[in-house]
Design a protein around this ligand. Sequence first.
Ligand code: VOV
Length: 248
Amino acid sequence: MSEAVSTLDGWWSLHLLYNVDWTALRLLDEAEQDALISELQAFLDKQQAVQDEKNGSYAFYNITGQKADLLLWLLRPTVDELNALELEFNKLQISEFLMPSYSYVSVVEMSSYLAKDSDEDPYENPYVKSRLYPDLPKSQYICFYPMDKKRDGDDNWYMLPMEERQKLMRDHGMIGRSYAGKIKQYITGSQGLDKYEWGVTLLSDDMLEFKKIIYEMRFDETSARYGVFGDFYVGVHIPNDQLDLLFK
Ligand code: VOV
């Protein structure tokens, strides 16, 4: 049996994607629309306050294309908190006008493929902490997609010896590092939690960088041979105080 890599696990993660029922929303009068938008803004402002206190993080994006209109990404220390937060969102007035299009449950994850031997508790390391409990920036663009590592005949990631996977992850990391300063990547693990094995969420101020990195990685063995991908969702940031522009 190949050896499983150990992981460091951080905040729980929930990606919620919705389509908006624009026709029904338009039938509300101005005051009703304002009330609904104010309530949503208060909810998002509360998420910002939690993020400022470093007890979680969030992101809110307008998805481009018809697969969804909104992506709300929530991070919390426990799955119970995340679950309660989803219920709270479902009880907002805006939810009456939202049709779920996709959701993804996972945990922020760092694998130990490239970890150096050390006696230090990794959970106390400032760099590791910043990765596991991220303070999500308000980047202009998001790219989110779920993925698997292939288990198909000879192309079976899970049957590769540890040393081989380490080498492949090192090559993967080298490509990733060449996008430092352009893209922030967040890997969330979802084995046993959702259909795919990982969620990949990328943030950038240049949407084209998503295409560049994903294309470049396609030629790297980790993705070329072993990557299996779900749908890609890309979108534009919505500041909390600009919800009017979106909904009215
Ligand atoms: C800025 C881009 C960037 C950078 C720097 C980066 C680096 C790294 C490192 C160093 C490591 C290993 C240690 C860890 O932290 O886990 C990883 C891990 C991982 N990655 Fe990555 N990745 C990036 C970007 C990046 C992208 C664009 C993708 C999607 C692949 C593609 O073809 O679309 C991806 C996938 C993953 C996955 C699924 C894992 C977990 C695999 C596992 O088997 O455990 N990743 N990644």
